[in-house]
Design a protein around this ligand. Structure first.
Ligand code: SF4
Length: 337
């Protein structure tokens, strides 16, 4: 039976943190056997904020290494750079013409980005959910591994698909989300989402000492004021991190002992530290190896582009047929008269 297609993208916007890893990347790795996965380093999306071209070049390289080190296997999946498959923007334009502006202004992330970038509001910020829809449906992906914060974008993608299908005939499937077992971990402040700009992250390439420095001061259950106070694991971001990284016996032990003040928060964090380090260690080792293989990184991306383009071209052929311009796209072959 033909495997269903999956698409997901990660922006090349600097170092990856454990929030990226738990929210989307781990899920992306797990899906590789069951589905045919197309994973994009979505550089066009990273251009919606001010960026330094030199940094962009480096970030794309590092992001590719992060994907591979974490476990994306280019033998099983396609790993490619979005801007090298021009069909992404071709399809985005077609979708732009059927997407009402009101659908885009109501997207919660647009409102957030308006607040974060009051002096740099650009069309890309408003329009990027349409590009995201194009990214997904270009490969007729039926499943999208996403973090919880991306759900409104996926709903918008489904709305755009329904509209396209109703205007031009059944063409695209409606993609469904695939959330990870732990949907989201908050930043070390215990309030905001893990984010580089808020400086509340643990990065995938950090050492045990660096992680401990951050973890030891991370916010826990705010109602637990003293060591002798019983805690509430369900209201504690450290416990959510345990659920994302720790073995079941450690999770059960911390929850039980926290509730009757059998352990302090530092004890609990030390157990978490060991579990995070155990998961990150092999990823960090692979990363070091990959850093020595520059040519291999470029080959993976080049090969990914060729394979992605084959699928993308076929979809665009169908789209151009549906919207009545295919004849002109094949002008050379058809000899227009
Ligand atoms: Fe959170 Fe652990 Fe402290 Fe309980 S013991 S409040 S789960 S850090």
């Amino acid at each position: 039976m033909k495997k269903k297609n999956v698409f997901s993208g990660i922006q090349p916007s600097g170092r990856l943190h454990i929030g990226n890893y738990v929210g989307a990347m781990r899920n992306m790795i797990d899906l590789q056997d069951e589905y045919f996965c197309i994973y994009g380093i979505v550089d066009y999306h990273a251009m919606t904020v001010r960026f330094d071209p030199e940094e962009m070049t480096k970030s794309i390289f590092n992001c590719t290494i992060d994907y591979l080190a974490a476990g994306i296997d280019p033998e099983k999946s396609i790993l490619m750079l979005q801007s090298t498959v021009s069909e992404h923007t071709e399809l985005a334009w077609v979708l732009n013409t059927i997407t009402p502006i009101a659908w885009l202004t109501r997207v919660p992330t647009f409102k957030e980005k308006q607040q974060d970038n009051p002096n740099y509001l650009n069309m890309g910020l408003l329009d990027y959910p349409v590009l995201m829809a194009a990214d997904i449906i270009l490969y007729k992906a039926e499943v999208v591994p996403v973090g919880e914060d991306q759900l409104p974008h996926l709903e918008l993608t489904r709305e755009i698909v329904r509209r396209f299908n109703s205007y031009f005939g059944e063409t695209f499937p409606e993609p469904k989300e695939k959330l990870g077992a732990v949907k989201k971990i908050l930043g070390l402040d215990g309030v905001n989402k893990m984010s580089k700009s808020l400086d509340n992250c643990i990065y995938l390439d950090e050492t045990k000492e660096e992680i401990w420095k951050k973890l030891s001061t991370a916010v826990t259950d705010t109602r637990r004021k003293r060591r002798a106070d019983p805690g509430n694991p369900e209201d504690c971001n450290i416990f959510t991190m345990h659920k994302a990284f720790s073995k079941k016996e450690d999770i059960d032990y911390c929850a039980r002992e926290c509730r009757h003040a059998g352990i302090g928060c530092l004890d609990c964090k030390k157990i978490l530290l060991d579990n995070i380090v155990a998961e990150l260690k092999p990823i960090q080792a692979r990363r070091q190896e990959l850093l020595k293989k520059k040519d291999y990184i470029y080959e993976v991306l080049h090969d990914g582009t060729i394979r992605a383009k084959k699928i993308a071209h076929k979809t665009m052929d169908e789209v151009y047929e549906r919207i009545g311009i295919k004849l002109y796209h094949n002008a050379g072959q058809n000899k227009l008269s």
